[in-house]
Write a protein that binds this ligand. Structure first.
Ligand code: F6P
Length: 374
């Protein structure tokens, strides 16, 4: 029988607990022991410094206090967040921290560690693995859906549903007041969440960093033209979705880029209207509002898709360990669950981290996505 550890690293997302449940179930079926490491790799430091003991961390099929009140392990898949706690900081490049983490890992005498994480976590765990003999399996999770080699990461589908619902809800208040809503969607430097939920939620314009890295004047102009076309057709409200990774015209990040967008649409519409060109007369009294959807996008009970994917990913992680096949990322490829060697995945993760350049705003031309409502 094997001794395995499991941790959740980086920001939380819906579906983490569903993976934990699947891992406990499959491992217990094999007669293995499972240890839950609290707060990502920080849990190893706590072990090393004596703040917790190995026996405190053992996860048993009926060993959870909170869920056992409600029906044992099976309730876990419905809960958002992570029962192990998640920490989105960690600096293994500090040799003292790395040493403590690795000592804590050895202290537990594990055969393998399952790390549920996003691209930042993959980078951290791989850095640790380079420094010590560390056998691990990674399972991709993030609402940003930006982990390479997997078609989908855990949490993304639920987040798409959450944002889609928010757009639906915003439609009615926008329509009642003839307003233009600028809605900011998470995703860090990726536009997948904004793009998919924007289409499903009926957005009129979707701005994602992959196509419109910066909010140039020209881009704002095109958005106003689109609003003007809608108004000529009789529709006075509009939803403009902007991914948080889209930057200001000078290339700077803005944590409230939707405020900036709303204000730019308002003033530019006014100027176009004042120009007297007949096609812009509909832009009179454009009224804008900004909404930052925020961390609500990381919560909510996991969708059925995420729960199923979590069960499949968890089982695959256990199968890989049973075959002594380590240092793999579990992925979804062509709809099938399989795995990729981490030495193939991690260089790609590091490459995308260094690629935050914003092109000349003039180049960031009108590549905005116009949706079916147009
Ligand atoms: O990576 C997931 C994510 O939710 C991003 O979409 C967002 O930019 C970031 O994490 C927010 O992080 P924090 O929880 O530290 O505010």
């Amino acid at each position: 029988p094997k001794r395995i550890g499991i941790l959740t690293s980086g920001g939380d997302c819906p579906g983490l607990n569903a993976i934990i449940r699947a891992v406990i179930k499959c491992a217990t079926n094999n007669g293995w022991e499972v240890f839950g490491i609290p707060y990502g790799t920080k849990g190893f430091i706590d072990l090393e410094t004596g703040q917790c003991q190995p026996e405190d961390l053992q996860l048993r099929e009926h060993g959870y206090d909170l869920p056992s009140l409600l029906g044992g392990l099976d309730i876990l898949q419905f809960l958002s967040g992570s029962v192990l706690g998640a920490l989105n900081k960690g600096d293994p490049s500090d040799p003292d921290i790395a040493r403590e983490i690795l000592q804590g890992y050895r202290h537990l005498n594990l055969d393998a560690l399952i790390a549920i994480g996003g691209d930042g976590s993959l980078d951290i765990i791989d850095t640790l693995a380079q420094q010590g003999n560390w056998q691990w399996i990674a399972i991709p999770k993030t609402i940003d859906n930006d982990v390479p080699f997997t078609e989908q990461s855990i949490g993304f589908d639920t987040a798409v549903n959450t944002v889609t619902k928010a757009l639906y809800d915003l439609t009615f208040t926008a329509a009642s007041h003839d307003r233009i809503m600028a809605v900011q969607v998470m995703g860090r430097d990726a536009g997948h969440l904004a793009f998919q939920s924007g289409i499903a939620g009926g957005a009129d314009v979707i701005l994602i960093p992959e196509l419109t890295p910066c909010l140039s004047e020209r881009l704002v102009d095109q958005i106003c033209h689109q609003i003007s076309r809608l108004r000529q057709g009789g529709r006075r409200f509009a939803l403009v979705v902007i991914a948080e990774g889209v930057r200001r015209p000078d290339g700077k990040k803005d944590s409230h880029i939707s405020d900036y967008l709303a204000q730019q649409i308002q003033s530019r519409s006014q100027r176009l209207c004042d120009s007297g060109a007949p096609q812009f007369c509909t832009l009179q009294e454009v009224d804008t509002r900004a909404t930052v959807l925020g961390h609500i996008q990381r919560s909510g009970t996991p969708s059925a898709f995420d729960r199923l994917l979590a069960a499949r990913f968890g089982r695959e992680a256990i199968n890989l360990i049973a075959m002594d096949k380590y240092n793999q990322l579990v992925v979804l490829e062509n709809g099938e669950v399989t795995s990729k060697p981490l030495d193939q995945v991690v260089p790609q993760v590091r490459q995308s981290h260094t690629d935050g350049r914003c092109p000349d705003p003039v180049d960031a031309q009108g590549l905005m996505v116009q949706t079916a409502r147009d």
